[in-house]
Design a protein around this ligand. Structure first.
Ligand code: NI
Length: 208
């Protein structure tokens, strides 16, 4: 079972590496490519995002359809994450603060990949540390796994010292989903809030 998961995880990483490679090759490097300001477009035929069924911080079931009509900025992580997740969530919030009223059209969503510890109550406490707009979603292990699979998110438990003290390895991208529920763009880890804000302005201006 563990082996299967490892192979599956490897396949996901390999697929993402191919996507990155194609984007890189076509653009002559992300940095010099105009896409830097618009996010990374995924080549045709590669599907990212899609339907999910999860649980919000009140314990209510929500699906991707719950957010239809609004843009979503989706990030997968976990509340015990020591560094990357808090940084990326701060970037998301700072970018939304930068774009003014346009931000009202975007729902920032944090989906945990650690549902065992990230209960609705734990997530509620966590998201409000960042911003009242931030929507925290968890679910059963299967629900979370299905959502992560749809978004091609890799995650796995790392260096467990006990059943409650452990870190999670996880891929770290910010996903922009259009009001129709379709994937629009992928933003890399470490992008500045200013660049993300510029990208959001451009993407929203380009329309739904
Ligand atoms: Ni993290």
């Amino acid at each position: 079972m563990l082996k299967t998961i490892r192979y599956a995880a490897f396949a996901v990483i390999a697929a993402l590496a191919v996507v990155w490679g194609v984007v890189w090759w076509r653009g002559g490097g992300i940095a010099q490519f105009g896409l830097d300001n618009l996010g990374i477009s995924v080549p045709g035929g590669v599907s990212v995002g899609g339907p999910f069924t999860l649980v919000d911080t009140t314990g209510a079931t929500v699906t991707d359809a719950t957010f239809r009509g609004r843009w979503m900025l989706v990030y997968f992580g976990y509340t015990y994450c020591p560094d990357v997740c808090p940084t990326e969530l701060q970037t998301v919030v700072a970018a939304l603060d930068t774009i003014g009223p346009l931000a009202e059209r975007i729902v920032p969503v944090f989906i945990t990949i650690d549902p065992e510890r990230d209960t609705p109550a734990a997530l509620a406490e966590y998201v409000k540390l960042f911003d009242d707009r931030l929507v925290g979603l968890t679910g059963t292990k299967d629900q979370v796994a299905a959502a992560a699979r749809a978004y091609r998110v890799y995650y796995a438990r790392a260096n467990a010292t006990s059943t409650t003290a452990y870190l999670m390895d996880h891929s770290s991208f910010i996903y922009l989903i259009g009001p129709d529920g379709a994937f629009r763009a992928l933003f890399r880890q470490g992008m500045s809030a200013t660049d993300l804000a510029d990208a959001l302005k451009a993407r929203l201006a380009a329309g739904g």
